[in-house]
Design a protein around this ligand. Sequence first.
Ligand SMILES: Nc1ncnc2c1ncn2[C@@H]1O[C@H](COP(=O)(O)OP(=O)(O)OP(=O)(O)O)[C@@H](O)[C@H]1O
Length: 282
Amino acid sequence: MKAEQQEDAAPAGLDGEAVAAAPHVRQAVEIRGLWKQFGERIAVSGIDLDIPAGQFVGLVGPNGAGKTTTLSMVTGLLRPDSGTVRIVGHDVWRDPVAVKSRIGVLPEGLRLFERLSGRELLTYMGALRGLPDEETERRASQLLDVLDLGSAQHKLVIDYSTGMRKKIGLATALLHNPEVLFLDEPFEGVDPVSAQTIRGVLERYTNSGATVVFSSHVMELVESLCDWVAVLATGKIRARGSLDEVRGDAPSLQDAFLELVGAGGRAGSGDSLDWLDGGGAR
Ligand SMILES: Nc1ncnc2c1ncn2[C@@H]1O[C@H](COP(=O)(O)OP(=O)(O)OP(=O)(O)O)[C@@H](O)[C@H]1O
C-alpha cells in the first residue's frame, strides 16, 4: 500500500520529485500547504497534492475527514487560511475567472433556482457562462436527454426528486464543457438507475481527456470507477496514487482504507453494545 509514511513525508505516487522526473504528466490540480481551521478545529491540515489530468479521481475519507472543506477550497468556494491551489495552471484565488471558466462543480447541498424548470435553469446557466443561446439550447437538449430528464424538463426544480436534482446539478456543471469537474458525493441519495446514468456520462467525459474529481466514502463505488485515489483522514492525506498503488496487497480498497484510517481492529466489533440484542428471545 502506498501510504504516507509521516506527515511531512515525500509524497508517494506522482507528486513532488516524481513529477519533476516525469514532465509528461499533466496536472489538473496542484495543492500546496492547504490549511483550514474552524476555531480550534483543524479541518484541513497542510495538504500537498497533485492530481493528474485526464483521470477519474476519488477523494475518499471517513466522515469529518475534511473532504468537503478541501473541495470547497479547491473550487474557490471557501478561502483557505493558508496554502495555494492551481487548476490547469491557474491560481484559484489570484485568477478566479480563468479557473471558474475551466471547472464545473457539483457541491454538497447544491442550491438551485427552485422556481425555474430544469430547462430554464440550463438556459440561465448558459447565459451566465456566456454561451450563445443556440449552443446552450443544443447542449441543454442533449444533456436533458442523456440524463433522462427530458420528460421532466418543464417541471419546476422544487418538484424534482433527490436523484433528479443531482442530475440537473450535473448538467449545469457540464454545460460549459469544463476541463475539470468536481463532484461532492455525487451518488448520495441516487437510485441505481440514475447512478448508472450519471456514471455513463462521467466515463464518457473522462474518456475524452477531461478530469473528474469526486468525494465519496463508498469504497466499492470508488474502486469500480476511479483510476486514481487520494485517501484523506483527520485533514491529512494518508495515501495517494493509482488504484492499484493505494490498494497494494489488501484484498479490496475497503480493506486498504480501513487499515489506512486506523479502523481495522475497531470496525464492526460493537463489543460495548452488550444491551443490543433485539429483546433477547422475543
Ligand atoms: N463551517 C464549519 N464550522 C465548523 N466546523 C466545520 C465547518 N465545516 C466543517 N467543519 C469541521 O471540519 C471537519 C471536516 O469536515 P468536512 O465536512 O470537510 O468533512 P467530510 O470529510 O466532508 O465529512 P463527511 O463525509 O461527513 O461529509 C469536521 O470536523 C467538521 O465538523
